[in-house]
Design a protein around this ligand. Sequence first.
Ligand SMILES: Cc1ncc(COP(=O)(O)O)c(C=O)c1O
Length: 549
Amino acid sequence: MNNQGRPSSIEKMAAQGTIEANELPTISGDRGLDHEEALIFELGRDGMTGVDLPDVQLSESRLAGQRRKTPIGLPGLSEPEVVRHYVRLSRMNYAIDAGLYPLGSCTMKHNPRLNEKMARLPGFGDLHPLAPQSTTQGALELISELMKWLTTLTGMPAVAMSPKAGAHGELCGLLAIRAAIEARGETRKRILVPESAHGTNPATAAFAGFVIDEVKGTADGRVDMIELEGKLGPDVAAIMLTNPNTCGLFERDIRHMADATHKAGAYFYCDGANFNAIAGRVRPGDLGIDAMHINLHKTFSTPHGGGGPGAGPVVLSAALAPFAPLPLLVHDKDGFRLIEDRAELPAGAKPFGRMCAFHGQMGMFVRALAYMLSHGRDGVRQASEDAVLSANYILASLKDVMSAPFGDGPCMHEALFDDSFLKDTGVSTLDFAKAMIDEGYHPMTMYFPLVVHGAMLIEPTESESKESLDRFIHVLRTLALEAKAKKTERFAGASLRAAASTRRPPPANRYCVGRKRTCRRPPSDARPRPAHGGAAGRGAGARLADLCP
Ligand SMILES: Cc1ncc(COP(=O)(O)O)c(C=O)c1O
C-alpha cells in the first residue's frame, strides 16, 4: 500500500467524510491524482538520506562531551521523495494563477509575467546587498525611480523604502511619529484606532508601545466623527485610519478628520493597503495624511500570499520626512548613494533608526516599477477604476439575494455582505464558504471586518473579465437562493443537521477549509518516534488531516 499518511481504515475515512459510506474505496487510499499528503516527518524513515556522505571521524576530545547522544530528528527521505512531497504540497496551494481569488482586504490581482521577467534579469536577480555601490548604480536608480512614482501618486514629499510588508510599514510610520513628537519635547501615548481597522493597526500600535483607544463607527460604516473629536486631546499621538476602510467605503469626512487631528497636535496615519481603490485618482497628501504605507504586493501586483514576500514603503508628509529611517538614498555628482551612517546625514535629517538590515525588497521593487511603467499613470488610474467597477457590479448583482449591511452602495473596491440573508436557514457563513469551495471558488474573506456579523468581504480586483464575474455571481446567487429556500444539501453543517437529507455536499479539500486553524495550531508532536513507521507509528503522531474539520 502506498502509505502517504492517509487514514488507514475505510471506516475512519467515511467518518472523516473523505469518502461516502457507500463509496468503493481505492486500493491505494488516494482518490484521483490529488494525494492526501502526510507530514514529512511521517513520510521519513530512520537511516534514509538523499546523499551518501563519507563517515567522519570526530575526535571525542575536541567535542568535550558535547557529542549528540540522540538522533538529530530530521526526516529521512530520498531526493525524489522530498521533491514529490513538496510538489504535492504546492499543488494544494490555491493561487490567483489558478482561478478567481476574491479575498477582501487582500487585492489578489494578476501578477503580469512581464514583472517576473524584469525581476529575473541577472543585474537585479543576482544582486548582493553588500555589492559595492559603484557596481549597483542601475539598481539604486531603479529604487529612486520607484520613489518618484510613489511620491507622485500619493502627493507626499518623502518615502521610506525599507519596510518589508504592510504591518512593518505601519511600525515605520508610528516610529517616525513618535520621533517627531519627542523632537517637540512631548510625550503622547494614545493612538485612536477606528473599530473597523485592520487587525494589524492596533497590533502595531501596541507593539510600538502606544495605548490603543477604539473609535466607534456610524450606522453607515464610517468613523463616528463626534466620538473621534471627543477623544482627541494632548495625549493623542495619532489616528490610524484605513481608507477606503475595511467595509469597502470611502471615509467622507477624511479632510475634516485630518484638520481635527492636526489641531490637536497629533499625526494622521493612513493604512494604505487599499490603495488599489484610489491609485491615480486621489492623492493621500491632498487629504492631510502624514504617513501611509503602500502594499506593493497588493496595489502594484507583486506576488503575495502564504506569508510573503511583500514590501510596504511608507510615504511621509513634510512634517515627518526628517525622521525617515536609514538608509537614505541620495543622488549627487558621484551618482546614487545609500547613506547608512549618521555622520553623513544631509542637513535636517533626523532618522529614528532603521527598519531592517539592508535596503528593502529589491525583487518587489523591480516588479512594482515594471507594473507602473507598463501601465503608465493613466493605466494605474484605469486599474483602480476597473477594480471599483467590478466590486460594484458584484454588489449590484447580489444585493437582492444576499444582504448588504450598509445599504445599496456604491462601494469602493470591495463588496461587503453580512449573514442576515442566512438567518433561520441553518446555513452559517462557514457553510457558505465551504459550498463555494465545492463549486471551485476560493471563498471571500469571511468574518472580517469584525464590525459586521458574519461578514463576507469580496474583492474581485480589476483582473477579472465580465464573463468571469458573471460565472462567480451566478454561483453565489444560486447558493444564496438555495439557502434561503432551505435546500440545504450543498451546505455541510445544515445538511448534516437536517436528518431528512440523505445527500451530502461533495467533499472539498479539507486542508483549504482548515488551513487557518492548522497554521495557528501546528502539530507540536510531529517528530519521529522510536516506533516510527507503519500505521501504528503514523497513528501516534498528529496528522495534518486530523487537525482540519
Ligand atoms: C487593510 C490592511 N492593512 C494592513 C495589512 C497588513 O499588510 P501585510 O500583510 O503586508 O503586513 C493588510 C493585509 O492584509 C490589510 O488588508
